[in-house]
Design a protein around this ligand. Sequence first.
Ligand code: SAM
Length: 392
Amino acid sequence: MLQVRVKPGVEKKLKSRFPWVYRKEIASYSRTPKKGETVVVRDFSGKFLGYGYINPDVNIAIRLLSFDKNVKPTPELIKKRLKKAYEYRKSLNIPSNAYRLVHSEADFLPGLIVDVYDRWVAVEFTTYGMEEYKQTVVETLIELLQPEGIYEKINEFSKKVEGLRGEEQLLYGHVPEEVVIQEYDLKFYVNIPEGQKTGMFLDQRNARYFLRTLIKGGERVLDVFCHSGGFAISAKKAGAGEVIGVDISDLALELAKKNEKLNGLEGIKWVEANAFDFLKEQHKKGEKYDIVIIDPPSFAKNKAAVPNALRGYKELLVRGLHITKPGGILAIFSCSFHITEQHLLEVLQDAAYDTRKVLRVRAKTYQDLDHPWILQIPNTLYLKGVWVEVLD
Ligand SMILES: C[S@@+](CC[C@H](N)C(=O)[O-])C[C@H]1O[C@@H](n2cnc3c(N)ncnc32)[C@H](O)[C@@H]1O
């Protein structure tokens, strides 16, 4: 097996179970590495640190799969981890038949995402090394879930960075264009083959439910970046008055409209627009809302993109605060690891200063529990939300 020594000092983070070795942290190889192969990682003096897989072309060159000399990275280990991930999800009593079964590093399966939508499964391989285990993953999912179909989704960003070989394709059985899942007492259509990510933003399940608890009746609610209508429909179900959902994707809005009907609701206004333009116009018109939800896509895929992303957030928040009624609630989310909770709080303060508002923090929400957060792996906490009451 290829032996890799890391530079002095790098061993500390690995001993605390952080599973990444950056290319620049590698001191030497025992021979020329091959993309995707299994490696033994050693400290500078040669002591064992762990086993992982390598992609020497990328920044995060090694992802560790085991920190135990006796636990080698084999298909058996992948199978065992998948089973553990499944056991954990079963223990959560998730109020839905759609859930994240594998959350990559947070389930000790770096480079693998698995989302279950009732009897269908969407998988995403985001690293070259994990792609090598595709057959094991598919076989184990069939054994564990007896699904009707498994569909492979491609994350274009990872494909480009890692040089992945996979294509969007059916891996097993059949997957219809739309499946219906249930979340609490709501139902949603999910389009696995054509939808964004794996089909639905399951990570906001708890936040969508939290929104329902804020509705007393008749509120005017704006759901910006609404995708297939999750927040808007939750608000309407809970008794909101006028509800507007805004998204730039016609496919997402088509699903949103169908989801509204599927739940026996009516009257939600769905607007296809760029959220930035829409908010600007609403501000200009002097529109006011009781609740404004702003759940944008990831604006920062890496550290370098943070300053630009923060400018985007500032603009969204200034407009959002202007159109929130006194005593109303605004929620802002970041689904990028690089835009932290602290960033959100600072931009909120900044926007509050510009708009001369005082903000009372009502809640913070995070990705729902089926998207685990491992304390030692900060990157596993990616979705943060801050809910503020807007005081004059
Ligand atoms: C994180 S998702 C929102 C998830 C949604 N809140 C839910 O609970 O399902 C972000 C959404 O923003 C939309 N989007 C991306 N850029 C946009 C823009 N400039 N204006 C409006 N929508 C945009 C995407 O189509 C996507 O549906």
